[in-house]
Design a protein around this ligand. Structure first.
Ligand code: NAD
Ligand code: UDP
Length: 325
């Protein structure tokens, strides 16, 4: 990785992925600014970094402009779990769109490089499987997931337009389901729900019949891909898929979590949410070719590490998102 010390802004830096990214950048010696409004996260995610002189925390909402002097920006600020992003859908789309405009304006002024954390949700409920970057997606623009999907699609558009019109040095990564320590235990995502339920002996809630699929990437693999993309060649702005191509049904995931936790929880079936994608798996050929990247941590091992972390936390320390207008 680049030996030179960079001034790096991570928006959403106190979140699940952001905290792992900040940790890595601080360890590499960079001058790291973590910006977060703590809508879906809490200080405990980055408390261990506060003692380092090359780490700085700013409590700020990215929908409001901010002037900073930086060399690189990772734009992660956005609620990511369906339960979180549907909590205040108008705020979600504002965060994606106004957040993108604000970081792009900053990148333009500072001549900084800026990376957008986009998502596999830009493919919607895909008719093409696995999903390559060239697939344009099947998103319902008026459904309950649209605030997130369309917000992220609009952000990609803004990134490409600032790149073409103003020469801003951009990167776009499309992240597929990623899991690991520091996921919010009440975010409603499948991995956090299943582990929390298994450890407390509650029923494991499968939505639908559990035949829908996802491909789960461990957080360390994802962060490696993101950093490689940021530091990769300028003639490769993306978008590039980052995710683990090993595909599992949700039922298989439930059974694996029960096995690894040794839980006595039973499976309970609940209605499938509207517009829930039927299957999802990244085609990562482009990331393999251009970044020489592929995930290294298998689901079983990643789940083992995540379960260990869930065992170590006190659930009373976590709260649902606050109303945030
Ligand atoms: P997360 O909810 O843990 O992190 C998001 C962070 O952004 C939180 O700390 C939150 O407080 C902050 N935030 C939200 N709105 C903000 C605002 N207006 N101003 C400032 N900060 C704000 O979620 P995550 O899983 O770490 O996701 C990080 C990024 O990666 C998101 O942009 C998400 O869309 C993207 N992503 C994640 C996944 C995944 O599977 N984890 C998949 C696809 C895309
Ligand atoms: N899911 C489930 N039980 C849960 C939470 C989620 O069966 O307690 C399912 C959900 O319907 C979806 C998949 O697991 O099919 C992944 O959901 P998640 O919210 O983690 O992410 P998504 O990929 O849908 O954004």
């Amino acid at each position: 990785m680049a030996a030179k010390v960079q001034r790096i802004l991570v928006t959403g830096g106190a979140g699940f992925l952001g905290s792992h990214l900040c940790e890595r950048l601080v360890a590499e010696g960079h001058d790291v600014i973590c910006l977060d409004n703590f809508f879906t996260s809490q200080k405990s995610n980055i408390a261990h970094l506060l003692k380092f002189p090359n780490f700085e925390l700013i409590r700020h909402d990215i929908t409001i402009p901010i002037w900073l002097e930086v060399d690189q920006i990772y734009n992660l600020a956005c609620p990511a779990a369906p339960g979180h992003y549907q909590y205040n859908p108008i705020k979600t789309i504002k965060t994606s769109v106004m957040g993108a405009i604000n970081v792009l304006g900053m990148a333009k002024r500072c001549r900084a490089k800026v990376l957008q954390a986009s998502t596999s949700e830009v493919y919607g409920d895909p008719e093409v499987h696995p999903q390559p970057e060239s697939y344009r997606g099947a998103v319902n623009p008026i459904g309950p997931r649209a605030c997130y999907d369309e917000g992220k699609r609009a952000a990609e558009t803004l990134f490409m337009d600032y790149h073409r019109m103003n020469g801003v040095n951009i990167r776009i990564v499309r992240i597929f389901n990623t899991y690991g320590p520091r996921m919010h235990p009440f975010d409603g995502r499948v991995v956090s729900n299943f582990i929390r339920q298994a450890l407390s002996g509650e029923d494991i809630t499968i939505y639908g019949d559990g035949s829908q699929t996802r491909s789960f990437c461990y957080c360390d693999d994802l962060i490696e891909g993101m950093v490689r993309m940021m530091n990769g060649p300028d003639d490769f702005p993306g978008p590039v898929n980052l995710g683990n191509p090993d595909e599992f049904t949700i039922r298989e995931l439930a059974e694996l979590v029960i096995e690894l936790t040794g839980s006595r929880s039973k499976i309970r079936y609940a209605p499938r949410p509207e517009d829930d994608p039927v299957r999802r798996r990244p085609d990562i050929s482009l990331a393999q070719q251009r970044l020489n990247w592929k995930p290294a941590v298998p689901l079983r091992e990643g789940l083992r590490r995540t379960i260990e972390w869930f065992r170590s936390i006190n659930l009373a320390d976590y709260r649902p998102p606050t109303p945030n207008y």
